[in-house]
Every structure is written in C-alpha cells, then in structure tokens.
Design a protein around this ligand. Structure first.
Ligand code: HEM
Length: 459
C-alpha cells in the first residue's frame, strides 16, 4: 500500500473529500482533560484509544493533542514532511541534552546531519564493530557467574553504553569513561522523565539532594563528552568511526561544523544508544526467565550453528530463531512506547483535519499489541516472524525503530548486538528471577522493568 492510498480503516471514519475534526476521546475531566488517565495508566489508556477512532483528540488542560491509532496512519504520519519532530518531549530533551543534535533538528539541518552520521551505521559498517560486540556480550554473560542475584538494570545499561561508546567513539580510554558515562546517563534519564511528567520548573532549581544529583550527573555527562572530543583532537588519530565523521563534517557552506554541534551530536547518540539498547537487553533477560522453552530453543540454535566455539558476529545472520525472539520481545515490550510530532501546516491525515501547530502522538506499544493486527496478540510467539507467517502482519504494525526520515540510524547496529547478547546469555545460563525482582513495566522516557534481578543457573 502506498502512503497516498492510506485511508482510515475505522468504520466511523469519513470518506468524503473534506477532512473532519477527529472525535474527542471519552472521559475528559473538566480542567484536567485526559491528563489523569494518562498519568494513572498510560499504557492501558493508549491501547484503548483505537476503539474511539483512527485519530482522536485528547485534552491536557487547555491543550489539545491528536493521537493516531492505526498502523497505516502512523506510517503516513512518519512519512509526511508536514510533520516535524517537536513537542514537549523533544523540547525537554533539547533543553537538557543540547539543541544541535540530530534527534531534535528538522529540515535541511537534519538532512545534512543524517548524511554525516549515516556511514557509521550503514549495514556494511556494522561488521567492523563485531569484535567489540562479541567481547562485550561474552563479558556480560560472564558477569552473571558470581552466584549473586544479577542486577539487570545496572548491567544492561553498562553493556549498552560500553558497546555504543567503544564502537562509535573508538579509543583505549573508553573503558573507564564508559563506566562514568553509564553512571551519569542513568541519573540523567531518571531525572529527565520526572521533569517531563511533572513540569514544575522552579521546584527543580531548589538545592534538594535529588536536584543536586541530577545537575552533577548532567554536568558530568557534558564534561565527559568534552574530554572525549578534546582527546581525540589532540591525538591526531582518525579511526573510521562516528567521532571522526563528526570532526570532519562540514556545514552547508563547506565550513567545519561548530564545537557545540559536535558535542550535541555525541550526546545525541550516546543517550539513545545507551537507554534504548540497555532497556531492551533488560526485557530480553526477562523473556529468557519467563519463557524457558524459548531460552532452550535459543541455546539449541546457538549450539547447532557455532558448535563449541564462542558465538561471533559472523554467526548472527544464521541465528534466525534468536533474532525472532529479539523481535518478539521488542513487539511486546517496545522501549520507545510513545512518539510525538508537530504539524507544520494544516494537514489531512486519513480524512481528519490536523491544524497547523498541533501536537500529535502515537504509541508503538499500542500499535504492536493491537488484536486487529496480531492473532493471539498478547502471546509471546517468536514464530510469528517466520517468513511464511510474517506476511499476515499489517504494514507499519511493527516498527520499533520508527519509519521515514527519522528512522533510527542505530537499527542494524542494535539488532546485531541484541542478538549476540541474547545468544551469549542463553547458551551459557538458564535464568530465573531472583527474590525481590519485579518485572512489571515502569513507564518513563522508555518502558523498562521496575527492578529485574536474575539468578543464572549453568546449563
Ligand atoms: C533497541 C534499540 C533501539 C530502539 C528500539 C530505537 C528506537 C528509535 C526510534 C523509534 C527512533 C525514531 C523516533 C521518531 O520517529 O521520532 C529512534 C531514533 C534515533 N535513534 Fe534509536 N533506537 C535504538 C537504538 C539506537 C542506537 C544504538 C543509537 C545510536 C548509537 C540510536 C540513535 C538514534 C538517533 C540518533 C535517533 C534520532 C534520529 C533522527 O531523528 O534522525 N538508537 N530510535
């Protein structure tokens, strides 16, 4: 189906040429709108919205936000140049992490930035990262051997940041810096979410311990990035990596890009690179505890593909069941559970009128768990991704890395490392949740298990 041919599938949708106003979702409370519902049960609330229409209006105090609920229209939204990356989520990211990174830029600046960074993430660039990914995946699995409950939050975040930093900002120093980056990023992400959901500006300027911790971590993150950039410049080295691409990038007039842009770009890659991958690793560990049969199947596949030797990057494309386990985990537990855009002009989206300046959102969590798109939608079934069954999945019903010009540049990079980590762990250990573990989802900037502790039993 082409984007132009996308029309609303909901029976109540208009078919006439004049776009109409989307329906208001039920349950708005005077003054508050739907804010209470979103705070109390964001996942359930968003998952039910499609019953109300393909596009629905939500009220948050005086503000109207448009929610898109069908796979087809989320594709149309992501592919339409009339919608930009903007809105409260992005403004909050910009304020804290810097305004010149690729994740918050739009238009020609965004296009130029994507051209600069893309070579580091192309499919043919990924094999060069293989040795680091293999080593980190093996060390990660080895760290489970202590016999103590394994703290998945800290360790998953650590492996994600270490791989992103060691691959994309190559350098011997990265080992120690990667540890400091992990600590800073963990605190920054916790605090950023709080600042987004409770936008109580002045409160965050008070000299409270939590605010001090947050400010220290944010300052440390920026200082670390400055140090990494300065050391690379001083070394005169030009390894084939993202940092070299940024240091040699030119703006639209052929001049080198500014220091601030280089800095913000490094931050713009380390932050999603750590948080999204780390959180997905946590969900994969949770899946291995919850579905021992699938964990055994992963182990059997790894053994049949690699025999006695360690699993390597070159094996990844033959680990098809392992890959399907990763994809199915990402379907049911998408770490990026909500995405937002802003309309730059009045636009017709599937027959609905979206005014200029409107904020629009959609939830990959709701889309990827929708019973209209998936048979036995809540069942963990990696085989639904087998070639003969995958055709039944509607277009845009499974896009955990997004669609269109904002599609995640780290998609191939992430899939390779997630498959390697899952293979390395499942081959060596049977995982069980340890006492005190709580894997219920916690909604933050990403969707993550509340506190996952596992015990690793040797196979
Ligand atoms: C499981 C892993 C990951 C998931 C699920 C994920 C998901 C996403 C999604 C859904 C978007 C699109 C947002 C939108 O449409 O507005 C995105 C964008 C982005 N991701 Fe990822 N990501 C992952 C890993 C990574 C990694 C490893 C990196 C870098 C090292 C990265 C860097 C970025 C950047 C820079 C953007 C912004 C792109 C742009 O706006 O042009 N991501 N990611």
């Amino acid at each position: 189906m082409t984007v132009e041919s996308v029309k609303p599938a909901h029976p109540a949708s208009p078919t006439g040429p004049e776009p109409i106003e989307p329906p208001l979702a039920p349950g708005a409370v005077p003054g508050l709108g739907h804010g209470g519902k979103l705070v109390r049960d964001p996942l359930g609330f968003l998952a039910r919205l499609r019953d109300e229409g393909d596009v629905v209006r939500l009220r948050f105090g005086p503000k109207t936000v448009y929610a898109v609920t069908t796979p087809q229209l989320t594709g149309a939204l992501a592919l339409n140049p009339d919608f930009h990356v903007a809105g409260p989520l992005w403004e909050s990211l910009e304020g804290l992490l810097g305004g010149e990174g690729v994740a918050t830029a739009n238009g020609p600046l965004h296009r130029r930035q994507r051209r600069t960074v893309q070579p580091a993430f192309r499919l043919d660039a990924i094999p060069a990262y293989g040795p680091v990914m293999e080593e980190e995946a093996r060390d990660f699995a080895a760290r489970m051997a202590s016999g103590e409950p394994f703290d998945c939050t800290a360790e998953s975040f650590r492996v994600a940041v270490r791989i992103a930093a060691r691959c994309l900002l190559r350098g011997e120093y990265m080992d120690e810096r990667a540890e400091r980056l992990c600590a800073a990023l963990a605190t920054v992400f916790r605090g950023m979410y709080r600042r987004m959901v409770i936008p109580a500006g002045p409160l965050y300027r008070l000299p409270l311990p939590a605010n001090r911790r947050f400010n220290r971590a944010l300052a440390d993150l920026h200082r670390l990035v400055d140090e990494i950039v300065a050391e690379r410049r001083a070394s005169g080295r030009r390894p084939d990596d993202l940092l070299t691409a940024l240091l040699e990038a030119e703006d639209g007039n052929g001049a080198p890009i500014g220091e601030q842009e280089i800095h913000d770009q490094v931050v713009a890659f380390l932050t999603p690179g750590g948080e999204t991958v780390g959180t997905t690793v946590m969900w994969l560990l949770q899946v291995l505890t919850e579905h021992p049969g699938h964990a055994d199947a992963v182990c059997a596949e790894v053994e049949s593909v690699v025999g006695d030797r360690p699993v390597t990057f070159a094996d990844v494309h033959r680990l098809s069941h392992t890959n399907n386990v990763v994809v199915e985990a990402m379907r049911l537990r998408p770490v990026v559970w909500i995405l937002a855009r802003r309309a730059v002009a009045e636009t017709d989206l599937g027959g609905y009128r979206i005014p200029a300046g409107a904020d629009i959102m959609y939830s990959p969590y709701a889309i990827q768990r929708d019973p209209r798109s998936y048979e036995r939608h809540l069942e963990f079934d990696p085989d639904r991704w087998l070639p003969e069954r995958v055709r039944a999945v509607p277009k845009y019903a499974m896009r955990p890395f997004g669609v269109g010009n904002r599609k995640c540049p780290g998609d191939h990079f992430s899939m390779a490392l997630l498959t390697l980590v899952t293979a390395a762990v499942a081959r060596r250990w049977r995982l069980e949740q340890a006492p005190g573990s709580n894997a219920t989802p916690r909604v933050g900037i990403t969707l993550r298990p509340r506190r996952l502790l596992v015990r690793a039993v040797p196979r």
